[in-house]
Design a binder for this molecule. Sequence first.
Ligand code: SAH
Length: 254
Amino acid sequence: MTGKLTVVGLGPGSPEQITPEALSAVAEATDFFGYGPYVDRLDLRPEQRRHASDNREEISRAAAALTLAVQGEKVCVVSGGDPGVFAMAAAVCEAMESGPAEWRNIEFAIVPSVTAMLAVAAKAGAPLGHDFCAISLSDNLKPWDVIKKRLIAAAQAGFVMAFYNPVSKARPHQLGQAFDILRTHLPGTVPVIFGRAAGRPDERINVVPLSEAHSDMADMATCIIVGSTETRLINREGQRPLVYSPRSWMAGKA
Ligand code: SAH
């Protein structure tokens, strides 16, 4: 008997940002795998089983979920935000590619959701209105030298950048280094948005110029958006400024 594996995105934190498609996938499943706090967000029936695990155990979690799906269960693997952005959908694909053939033959679906950078961008204005890229600053899965090269290339190419995984206890210094690198390639006036816990009760959005951006302003629940030379502020009385990137790039600028 073959079951089903669905990788479901739960959005950035607000229950209102969970899609109806994600809710139906959750309602249909019997077994739930994911990082503890994400599995805890689910409102499950008594017969639905939780298999919570630590944040770093992505491949073993994917393997356990695939094993149960092959046994005929309806399995859900949950991610915060979108499951395809620095999250479980790719981990499950990695396990499927290298695992037993039966893992590749199950019914498999990925349910998308709102990723952190979109939730933060919407709170700040429209900083992703022109070309942008997303970079994970974690060097757990790639060398820091590669990250540095990508920061420089993105700054030189005029991309707005969204940073995921900006700092952790094990990596306290890299975000400061990233800002130092960017300050040598971009004007200090470029707006930087620190969006923490977007969509959750403890949400905090701060906007500072690149010249004042500091690693203390972020933690692991923060997604940072660094503007381009075109990104600008609209000041408003008694409200946070709107940050936006116009849709067109001024001719002659690189
Ligand atoms: N799949 C997730 C990203 C996982 S990587 C998504 O699509 O959003 C984890 C990183 O995502 C965190 O370090 C942080 O940079 C960002 N993040 C996740 N939820 C967030 C939220 N509610 N507000 C701001 N950033 C968030």
